[in-house]
Design a protein around this ligand. Structure first.
Ligand code: GLY
Length: 364
């Protein structure tokens, strides 16, 4: 037998900037002109965002690029699937986009996840830039390189870790969101407060009304604070071997609820319920206090987020879905749980706790 080693110690530098400001598109395009990442650019967006910003961004790009293409698909989580991914790829291939192209993901989390995954696999990988336009995408999905599509078996089950070249956050885009979309993002923002930032949690607790009034300074501060937390976590654990699991608080139960509602219950609403139920597990395990959980529930309720599953569901079905979720290991469900507002529980250096099915049945 002979053994030949292929040495591939990962020494690539995947670092990137997150730029946060107002009226960012002009600066973004000048930056690309001075420091292009490709000859041709494909903007991938959804039907809502195309009207708002897609055409405008394309006309700016037309001035600096050899070739541009603007592609959209109907808005909604149900579109984050294999078929839509193939359609985008086929349109890009038909239009002759090659490895010298880059992709711009313009929109919310669905656009970012799907377009990022197209970029990860198109001609074995082309660069891409995240331009998030929703609060949830600004504070969470555009940062950290998780790209994915959903399957009937669950959410985000097929995908890749593939970091963007940069993230461009124009806070002004948040002012065109409806209260429902602000609420979606707020669920993730509150999550950051619970897992890592007590002061952020207190700020949301005190200023929920101002957020819904689109206070730009407050939104900028919140987005920047969340991006800093997410950036730090991803820097320390890009592929989610330990620390990054803290970002999954509320998502183990939340994803199962979201999937079982057939995505009629939105991500923000689902993880809000997920955080309450996972919080209850933490309380039942003696890790967290009931007072903290009640305080968190009040913040969700004040923001108009749900704290209970709004339909009948067989807990066994939810448990089975949690077992095929990426977060479970060898059929054992794992969760990251808080021990205080602003701090995730850690045992033997690990941020995820194995949870017995019986404990989950109890909280349902
Ligand atoms: N949304 C969780 C993560 O990016 O790890």
């Amino acid at each position: 037998m002979s053994t030949l080693r292929v040495n591939l110690k990962n020494n690539a530098d995947n670092s990137y900037d997150i730029k946060i400001g107002q009226d960012m598109f002009g600066d973004f395009i000048s930056g690309l002109k001075d420091d292009p990442i490709a000859h041709s650019y494909v903007i991938v967006t959804d039907s809502n965002v195309r009207e708002l910003y897609g055409e405008k961004l394309k006309s700016l790009l037309d001035e600096i690029a050899d070739k541009t293409l603007l592609l959209d698909f109907p808005a909604g989580e149900m579109q984050k699937n294999r078929e839509v991914k193939s359609e985008i790829e086929d349109r890009m291939l038909e239009a002759g986009f090659g490895r010298d192209s880059a992709l711009i993901a313009l929109g919310g989390g669905v656009v970012g996840d799907l377009a990022g995954y197209v970029a990860a696999t198109y001609t074995r990988g082309i660069p891409y830039i995240q331009v998030p336009t929703t609060l949830v995408a600004c504070v969470d999905s555009s940062i950290g390189g998780k790209t994915a599509i959903d399957t009937p078996h669950g959410k985000n089950l097929i995908g890749a870790f593939y970091q963007p070249q940069s993230v461009i956050i124009d806070i002004n885009t948040l002012t065109t969101l409806g209260p429902e979309e602000i609420r979606e993002g707020l669920a993730e923002v509150i999550k950051y407060g619970i897992i890592a930032d007590y002061e952020l949690f207190e700020l949301i607790e005190k200023k929920t009304g101002d957020i819904f009034n689109y206070d730009i300074n407050l939104l900028s501060l919140i987005v920047e604070r969340c991006c800093r937390i997410k950036g730090d976590v991803v820097e320390n654990d890009e592929k989610e071997s330990n620390l990054r699991k803290i970002l999954n608080f509320g998502h183990t139960i939340g994803h199962a609820i979201e999937n079982h509602s057939n995505y009629t219950l939105t991500h923000g609403n689902s993880i809000s319920i997920g955080m309450v139920l996972e919080g209850l597990i933490a309380v039942n395990l003696g890790i967290w206090t009931e007072d903290d959980l009640e305080r968190v529930k009040s913040v969700f309720i004040n923001a108009g987020l749900p704290v209970e599953i709004p339909f009948d569901i067989d807990p066994e079905k939810l448990i089975s879905s949690m077992k095929i979720d990426k977060k479970s290991r060898a059929g054992v469900i794992e969760m990251s749980l808080p021990e205080a507002i602003g701090k995730i529980y850690r045992i033997d250096g690990k941020y995820a706790v194995k949870i017995d099915d019986e404990i989950i049945r109890e909280v349902f």
